[in-house]
Write a protein that binds this ligand. Structure first.
Ligand code: GTP
Length: 596
């Protein structure tokens, strides 16, 4: 198929607006799916099915009236926005899907902005619902995104019932331009995504920019100059289907003997090693940096080996997770893991449980701070152990914390309480823009540590679920940082230590000791639970003894394990009372009592 008859497109939408359902209907219409399934086909990870969210970008090659339409699915959550940006590089156009009942939301705007430079085809979904208001959505698209929707045919569909879905295929062919691919010449391709398959190794999803590739050819990576021999090429339907070649303009996969996804850098260029190309002309992408950190331990210490195998396998598959082995006095050996956000962290833990059947304990997430010393050197602080010692502290010029640029859309009536929430969350600059008489768009500079806390839950409760949030990393800003420790009967519990901005120290300390006091079972001796900064006690709770006459003894590591078992049960209980669609809030899988 010549590039002129190829269309590479994606579907962008706010979470839950129906992207995966629509992708399924398109697959069905083009004969890729024969049976109507109840779970979206592009959502292939078990965690995606149970949570109803898309995590990894996947693709499907669809054939329609002599054209090859490559659909690249994109995740909808802010944590995975870098996956959206990277897959966007392969598309010339997007279907901008908007729910006809809730209209344009924060992620509709954020994804629309990320799709800049591409053809946007608006599609209004869920018109089968009685509360659907197509006119309202069209006005929003025109007023809020500047799309000239009233002068183009409106695609009002129901991805669920299939109504009007067939009108999308000709619209893609007519409105989205073909890729600029060069048929002649030596091979060059961009790596869009990669994942690990048991027995098949790493599968690299690529878009061929020039020439063609077939099994037996060699490819060279521009990022690390390694040469790989191609074992297999093919297209995604969405399962892997082998082909003889992949040609210019096509989106497909190659397998080339990579053992781990860490060998691959998303956005990298693969080219023919026989060609002397000037690699300085090629932009080498930067790897997504983890911004949220947590400790992870086997729930049962004896299961360390099983958990370790499972963690290694998942790490092979998700190169955006960073991992470092650690040992806690209380919880034994484990890992300090870095993620792209707290949902990413939650998904990782859930995948360990669902795909490998192991149980883990995650410590409450924190962000990565920075200490800038007087001699100009810097240290990343993503755990309490990295906090400068008392002697080092006098050489610290300043601490810095990560800020994000957040986009919030909510009803005008919520301006007061949401502005209050932002200022309580140590918000920097904000701007407010009226999208219509009843909705506003706020941009706010917010500390990431506030966002990964209960910010979203509070936002949803203030707005009765009508507010939506999207964010992306922005800058590092000066902050006063302290190390908080937790003592049980005077003994410092290493894994409960954390670093926090000064202004959060007391509320965080108070909430931890309170939760710990509720969580720890009463013993035959009293227990003092204290939060401390250095030697200064900032919060205290006392757990009285069951019987008064027993002498107090030290509360040791076994206690912590017991406590974690209690927590584990709590989580299991939560599993049965989850919100609709099986989705949980970002932090519900984590014991919120403290840093463990
Ligand atoms: P993420 O992958 O999490 O971003 O979600 P998504 O945008 O892929 O949404 P998904 O396709 O999972 O749909 C969300 C919910 O809306 C599901 O319960 C769907 O069944 C439902 N849904 C999707 N399309 C329609 C529609 O046209 N009408 C109705 N009534 N429900 C729909």
């Amino acid at each position: 198929i010549p590039p002129s008859r190829i269309r590479n497109f994606g579907i962008i939408a706010h979470i839950d607006h129906g992207k995966s359902t629509l992708a399924d209907r398109l697959l069905e219409l083009t004969g890729c799916l024969t049976l109507r399934s109840t779970t979206p086909t592009l959502d292939t990870l078990p965690v995606e099915r149970t949570r109803g969210i898309t995590v990894k970008a996947q693709a499907a090659s669809l054939f329609h009236s002599g054209h090859l339409l490559n659909l690249i699915d994109t995740p909808g959550h802010a944590d995975f926005s870098n996956e959206v940006s990277r897959s966007m590089g392969a598309m010339q156009g997007v279907l901008l899907l908007v729910d006809a009942t809730t209209g344009v939301q924060a992620q509709t705007v954020a994804h629309y902005l990320r799709a800049r430079g591409r053809t946007v085809v608006p599609v209004i979904n869920k018109v089968d619902l009685p509360q659907a208001d197509v006119g309202m959505v069209m006005e929003q698209l025109e007023e809020q995104l500047g799309l000239d929707v009233f002068n183009m045919p409106v695609l009002a569909i129901s991805a669920k019932t299939g109504l009007n879905v067939e009108s999308i295929l000709p619209a893609i062919i007519e409105r989205i331009p073909p890729p600029e691919a060069v048929v002649e010449g030596t091979f060059e391709a961009t790596l869009i995504d990669c994942w690990f398959r048991e027995f098949r190794g790493v599968v690299c999803m690529i878009i061929v920019r020039r020439g063609a590739i077939k099994p037996g050819d060699s490819v060279k990576s521009a990022a690390n100059e390694r040469v790989f021999v191609v074992d297999e090429v093919g297209i995604l339907q969405p399962e892997l289907v082998r082909t003889d070649y992949l040609h210019a303009g096509q989106v497909g996969y190659i397998r080339c003997g990579m053992k781990s996804t860490h060998d691959a850098l998303i956005g990298d260029t693969f080219y023919d090693p026989a060609e002397a190309i000037d690699t300085t002309e090629i932009t080498i992408p930067t790897k997504a940096r983890p911004i949220v950190f947590a400790g992870m331990f086997p729930a049962v210490r004896e299961e360390y080996d099983q958990v370790s195998i499972a963690v290694d396998k998942l790490l092979l598959n998700d190169s955006s997770v960073s991992a470092e082995k650690i040992v806690s006095v209380a919880l034994g050996p484990g890992w300090r893991l870095g993620f792209l956000g707290s949902l990413h962290m939650d998904v990782f833990a859930q995948r360990l449980e669902q795909e490998f059947g192991v149980n883990v304990i995650l410590t409450s997430p924190n962000v990565s701070y920075e200490a800038i010393f007087k001699d100009g050197s810097a240290r990343e602080i993503s755990s309490a152990e990295e906090y400068p010692s008392t002697t080092e502290l006098c050489n610290v010029r300043e601490f810095r914390e990560p800020f994000v640029k957040a986009t919030l859309i909510f009803p005008v009536s919520n301006i007061g309480p949401i502005s209050q929430l932002c200022s309580e969350s140590r918000c920097g600059e904000t701007t407010i823009e009226y999208l219509s008489t009843d909705r506003v768009l706020m941009t706010a500079d917010l500390p990431l540590v506030e966002i990964i806390g209960d910010f979203n839950d509070r936002l949803l409760s203030i707005s009765a679920g009508y507010a939506s949030l999207d964010y992306e990393p922005a800058s590092m800003r000066s902050v006063e940082l302290v190390k908080i420790g937790v003592r049980l009967n005077g003994d410092l519990v290493d894994i409960l230590s954390t670093v926090q901005p000064r202004s959060r120290a007391e509320p965080v300390g108070r909430s931890w000791v309170k939760k710990l006091a509720n969580l720890l079972p009463r013993q035959q001796f009293p227990i003092a639970v204290q939060a401390v900064i250095g030697t200064k006690v900032i919060a205290r709770e006392d757990i009285s003894a069951v019987r008064k006459d027993v002498i107090a003894k030290c509360v040791g590591p076994n206690y912590m394990v017991l406590m974690c078992v209690v927590w584990r049960r709590q989580v299991e209980k939560d599993e049965t009372t989850r919100s609709p669609k099986g989705r949980k809030g970002p932090n519900e899988n984590v014991w919120q009592g403290g840093d463990s």
